[in-house]
Ligand binder design. Structure first.
Ligand SMILES: [Fe+2]
Ligand SMILES: [Fe+2]
Length: 168
């Protein structure tokens, strides 16, 4: 059985994953309305991934007999200055997610809750990828700030992202 503390943290993380999905959905809508269909595609898939993360925690909690408690999802930001800002805020957002995941890992370790330590490892690894991919996009978006051709290329590149890419 999970401690009350871990159940609360995992429930909060379910909420934060949905908030992440909402944030990325808002970014997708922003990109779409500014005529960047590739960037919109990237964030739409990002949003779908975050919902899968929420589902992963939900399923884990159920398997441990945890008490699921869903809270209201905070309203995401709607207006952005430019596409650079959405990537930059995406990176900060992922850094915050990492901080939260590390906190869950810290508590699981403190409580010697080995199953949760093992479970949360997937998220620790996932966050390395998330931060790496956003860092790269921030660099590319920065270069494209005053360069419409580079921005077009970036949009084009992101148009090909799929939800579950085939293993290479
Ligand atoms: Fe996530
Ligand atoms: Fe993420």
């Amino acid at each position: 059985m999970l401690s009350e503390k871990l159940q609360k943290l995992l429930n909060d993380q379910i909420n934060y994953e949905y908030y992440s999905a909402y944030t990325y959905l808002a970014m997708s809508a922003y990109a779409d309305s500014n005529e960047f269909p590739g960037i919109a595609n990237f964030f739409m898939i990002q949003a779908q991934e975050e919902m899968e993360h929420a589902k992963r925690i939900y399923t884990y909690m159920l398997s441990k007999g945890g008490d699921i408690e869903l809270e209201a999802i905070e309203k995401p930001k709607k207006e952005y200055k430019d596409v650079f800002e959405i990537f930059d805020e995406g990176l900060s957002h992922e850094q915050e997610v990492t901080r939260r995941i590390y906190h869950i890992a810290d508590v699981a370790l403190e409580e010697k809750e080995h199953a949760t330590m093992s479970f949360i490892k997937w998220f620790i690894d996932e966050q390395v990828e998330e931060e790496e991919s956003f860092s790269l996009l921030v660099k590319k978006a920065k270069r494209a700030l005053d360069n419409p051709a580079a921005l077009y290329l970036l949009d084009d590149e992101l148009a090909s992202r799929t939800l579950h890419p085939a293993a290479k």
